[in-house]
Design a protein around this ligand. Sequence first.
Ligand SMILES: Cc1cc2nc3c(=O)[nH]c(=O)nc-3n(C[C@H](O)[C@H](O)[C@H](O)COP(=O)(O)O)c2cc1C
Length: 225
Amino acid sequence: MELDQAIQERRSIRGFTDEPVSRELLEEVIALANRAPSSMNTQPWHLHVLTGEPLERVRRGNTERMLGGVTPTRDIEDYAAYEGEHRARQIEIAVQLFEAMGIERNDKERRQDWVMRGFRQFDAPVSIVVCFDRSLLSNTIAHFDTGAMTYGLVLAAWNRGLGAVINGQGIMQSPVVREVAQIPEDQVILTCVALGWPDEDFVANSVVSRRRPVENAARFLGFEG
Ligand SMILES: Cc1cc2nc3c(=O)[nH]c(=O)nc-3n(C[C@H](O)[C@H](O)[C@H](O)COP(=O)(O)O)c2cc1C
């Protein structure tokens, strides 16, 4: 597959088949993600790849704590609620997903069900917990580097027919993830990637999120004349 095509066609996948993903394939994908550039080649990231029983325990712990009203605990500083154009885009994708799923605005039950699916990492067969070295917590370049690696991971997966969704929901209760996956204290849990073989019948998988045009995202200087 062409790189341009993979970039253009990749979408977040939130419905998966039960088919397992082999360790060999995951190692192949991670080897490619590991080629990501990083500031001074520091490679600050660490990946914890979960499937089977450990992943079920994370799902259970995350769900029980969210339902039990435990305040979400993330390792990174939590962002304030999005506002303005950011909030508008957040709403736009939520509306697209709910429309595809046929979830009505006032259908509290199904909306809640969707949120809970997120806390279960959309029942994906694999979750990759993305961390970076705690010594670089206040070094925002390390966040940038880890993000670049994560996008490479998702693209390499897509190129092999695997679907993925980067998600904060799966690590909302980070202490559970840390305990189950035995993540050392000197690593910060940044996000996770739910991954597996896309369920072709899951309608939300076909949602194409919108992007603003290039002229809104970039400026060009010195090109004319
Ligand atoms: C850092 C990050 C966190 C995300 N967290 C979630 C999440 O918790 N739940 C979810 O359904 N999608 C999550 N997403 C997926 C975004 O909603 C998605 O990338 C965006 O709407 C664009 O859609 P696309 O990936 O299909 O192009 C996250 C994406 C990123 C990059």
